[in-house]
Design a protein around this ligand. Structure first.
Ligand SMILES: *Cc1c(COP(=O)(O)O)cnc(C)c1O
Length: 402
């Protein structure tokens, strides 16, 4: 009881001091171990949210932690006036695993999207010299909360209170190539799409759609941008979601799992776009690509290799799919299972808030996508026994709330 009071007091203090932009779960987390999180009272939770698809390695990976500690004792930050060894290594490795040619490191996902948009605008401006260029984005997309990223985010509620958006954007429908074609005009400079929509409802783009987009962009001289911030780095069973389809973008973004908790993102370009877009003086960041963040990227990529994480996802995801299909068949309130790999959703005929709260009470951390979708984005080290444990708790929570 006294313990609960302590957590309650911490939450009350937070609500006095922090700007209230999140309706947070009423839990103060303390530490993690593998697939489990512990709150300040020592209560244990199985984690199927992974800090919103971030903690690919699970918690307390010793080799990763040791690499970060070693970098702290060497140097944390240099500024981009200098080269630094971790960034040189991280850029080469990221090129290799993604199949892109040029890397710019950022501090977050939204900032990677900003850079991608600036690169596309500059590329078009160099080509045709026009003052105005348009971007085509998808309905239900999510690209981040800064102004440029918000411009291309397909949820009108996120944009509505914030006035004029800086980018001129039109929205097409995912998997409806004709809806994209109808919007392409002389000022269109880029199409931006998540190969698997995250926030917007775990909806994968079809192979036909992505191939159609590639052909359309090539024909019209438009850049194709893939936002792989959530679906990239192994979550779909491929290092990049687009590897599954062999449709290479001109620019791609990356973040979330890239640092596994250390804030780092990147946008990557083909050599052609790299050579004819952003140049010295066009773009910058104080922190981006600093030695600490890039040491995290290197440590993450080391663990992807030594734990063979992408193959593990490919092997284990069919089990997650089967378990979720079983839940969908068992409960009439579940209308659909969606998604791929370790990026899936159960669609409900009602808001999932009460189910998430019930699961939390019973030691399972889940996240929604929109009001009526339960999102499954666990660490990439998730094994079948964790999926069983998740399903057991979730079955109870759905049963009590449907
Ligand atoms: C999370 C996310 C972003 C924004 O990343 P932040 O690090 O929160 O700025 C952008 N695009 C996609 C697809 C995301 O999932």
């Amino acid at each position: 009881m006294e313990e609960n009071n302590k957590m309650q007091l911490m939450i009350e203090q937070a609500e006095r001091d922090l700007l209230h932009t999140y309706n947070r779960y009423q839990v103060v987390l303390d530490h993690g171990e593998g697939m489990y999180l512990y709150d300040v009272n020592g209560k244990k939770y199985l984690d199927f949210m992974a800090g919103i698809a971030v903690f690919a390695l699970g918690y307390g990976n010793q080799a990763y932690n040791d690499a970060l500690k070693a970098q702290i004792d060497k140097i944390l930050h240099t500024s981009n006036y200098f080269y630094n060894a971790p960034a040189i290594e991280a850029a080469a490795r990221l090129k290799k695993v993604t199949g892109m040619d040029r890397v710019f490191f950022t501090n977050s996902g939204a900032e990677a999207v900003e850079g991608a948009l600036k690169a596309a605008m500059k590329h078009a401006w160099l080509k045709d010299g026009k003052e105005r260029h348009q971007v085509i984005a998808m309905e239900n997309s999510f690209h981040g909360r800064t102004y440029g990223a918000l411009s291309v985010t397909g949820n009108p509620h996120y944009r509505e209170p914030f006035g004029q958006m800086p980018c001129d954007v039109q929205f097409a429908r995912l998997n409806d190539l004709e809806s994209v074609k109808a919007l392409v005009g002389g000022e269109t400079c880029a199409v931006i799409v998540e190969p698997v929509q995250g926030e917007g409802g775990l909806m994968p783009a079809s192979e036909e759609f992505l191939k159609g987009l590639r052909a359309l962009c090539d024909e019209k001289g438009i850049l194709l941008i893939f936002d792989e911030i959530q679906c990239g780095l192994g979550r779909t069973g491929y290092m990049c979601a687009w590897h599954r389809y062999g449709v290479r973008p001109d620019i791609m973004t990356c973040a979330k799992a890239l640092g596994c908790g250390v804030p780092v993102g990147a946008f990557l370009l083909t050599e052609e776009v790299g050579q004819s877009s952003l140049t010295a003086g066009d773009h910058g960041t104080t922190y981006g690509g600093n030695p600490f963040a890039c040491a995290a990227v290197n440590a993450v990529l080391d663990q992807y290799e030594s734990l063979d994480l992408v193959n593990h996802v490919r092997e284990t995801a069919p089990y997650l799919t089967k378990v979720l299909d079983d839940l969908a068949a068992e409960f009439a309130c579940v209308t659909e299972r969606r998604g791929v790999g370790f990026m899936q959703g159960l669609v409900f005929d009602r808001p999932v808030g009460p189910i998430i709260a019930d699961a939390m009470e019973n030691g399972l951390i889940m996240i929604n996508a929109g009001s009526n979708i339960l999102r499954f984005v666990p660490a990439l080290v998730t094994r079948e026994e964790h999926i069983d444990e998740m399903a057991q708790i979730l079955r109870g929570a759905i049963g009590r709330n449907c």
